[in-house]
Ligand binder design. Structure first.
Ligand code: MLT
Length: 373
């Protein structure tokens, strides 16, 4: 049967009726669009009493983080993770942390919250649908309001690329970027790195150098165009010597992605469209979902997509039987990855989730210690 062409245009025309698609893929294509993006733009003028440079405890992008600093974050995660609950809960006792979420999140929000709470901090969740954001309050005003209430760190997720930087420059507090539009998701890249290092080296985190991941090929496959996870990983892994293959159909993978790294590194980024050829060369394969909420009239044939880019058991067995399988979540089972693979022996997806808590503990401690003796 000739596959139908689906229009995934931000949900304005949910025309998916094709019963031949697996159920999760049908549900995926029918999902309703998110609320309209907030007004704050990445190039917004930052003014006000605290306007200036971002606080040094901020984490806005994976790109500028020196390897030595990344090593310190990983080492801190290694120390905090096994620590006894009572000792850990004294580390940030009664410090105030706000989780400011303008977009849906399960893993990132919960892991930041659990991390903060296990360090003894007080957390407050501000989400777009239950706050003055809904009434049109700007990001900067919301940030200043939280600051006036004694909040010391803001964890921000926002649909606009660059929003974390705008907020950080406006409020003078540490801002942790929990995903800004299609720009970056740096804490995800750090937890992905921890997962890759554990898989390659076992329990002990090695010293990070431009050669730590030399000889390793990592494939990231899927909707690279809209993926902040892919971008943050691309700004990180090649600096440790990894060869990064970005893979997907041309509509979801611009050729310029190969130029993501601003300066030459020991590793490299390549753009490919043949998934099986990538799998054959990779020790790690990271699958991404198609970001329906950001597709903007882009047309995609889901049958064709799955035929070319789904990671299923046969493909994994035939082309990458030893590789680690990763996914930042949320997974659309039956579309980019099958359950057999997601729950199979090569999957380190649950380890990624667990590493999210450890890395975010380290980032919160770093945020509150930065600039202090
Ligand atoms: C993200 O927030 O970018 C996620 O972790 C990946 C996704 O939404 O597909």
């Amino acid at each position: 049967m000739r596959p139908k062409l689906f229009t995934l245009d931000n949900g304005h025309r949910d025309t998916v009726t094709d019963k031949t698609l697996p159920k999760p893929a049908r549900q995926f294509a029918r999902r309703t669009p998110p609320p309209a993006a907030a007004e704050d733009r990445a190039d917004a003028t930052v003014t006000g009493p605290f306007a200036g440079k971002a606080h040094p405890g901020s984490l806005l992008s994976a790109g500028p983080l020196p390897l030595r600093e990344i090593g310190r974050i990983l080492a801190r995660a290694d120390r905090l993770e096994p620590e006894g609950a009572a000792k850990r809960a004294r580390r940030l006792a009664h410090r105030r942390i706000a989780l400011l979420f303008y977009e849906a999140s399960t893993r990132t929000r919960t892991s930041f919250e659990l991390a903060a709470k296990s360090l003894g901090a007080e957390t407050t969740l501000v989400s777009a649908l239950s706050s003055s954001i809904e009434k049109g309050e700007s990001l900067q005003d919301t940030g200043l309001t939280l600051r006036a209430m004694g909040v010391e760190v803001i964890v921000l997720r926002h649909p606009q690329s660059g929003a974390a930087e705008v907020l950080a420059r406006a409020i003078g507090l540490p801002v942790l970027n929990a995903g800004d539009g299609t720009h970056e998701h740096p804490s995800q890249a750090l937890l992905d790195l921890r997962t890759i290092l554990q898989w390659k080296f076992g329990g002990k985190t090695p010293t990070l150098t431009p050669r730590t991941l030399r000889g390793m090929t990592v494939t990231i496959c899927g909707d690279i165009l809209h993926s902040r996870v892919a971008r943050s990983n691309a700004l990180l892994l090649p600096r440790l010597g990894a060869r990064l293959l970005l893979c997907g159909p041309p509509t979801l993978l611009p050729e310029v992605a190969a130029q993501l790294l601003p300066a030459p590194t020991t590793g490299q980024i390549e753009v490919h469209h043949d998934f099986e050829a990538c799998l054959r060369q990779s020790q790690v394969v990271m699958m991404l979902r198609i970001q329906k909420e950001r597709l903007n009239n882009l047309q995609l044939d889901l049958h064709e997509y799955m035929a070319g880019y789904q990671l299923n058991a046969a493909r994994l067995r035939n082309f990458a039987p030893q590789s680690a399988v990763m996914h930042p979540g949320p997974m659309v089972r039956g579309l980019e990855i099958t359950s057999e693979v997601a729950d199979g022996p090569q999957s380190v997806i649950e380890k990624q989730v667990a590493n999210g808590v450890a890395i975010r503990m380290a980032l919160l401690v770093r945020a509150l210690k930065a600039g202090k003796p």
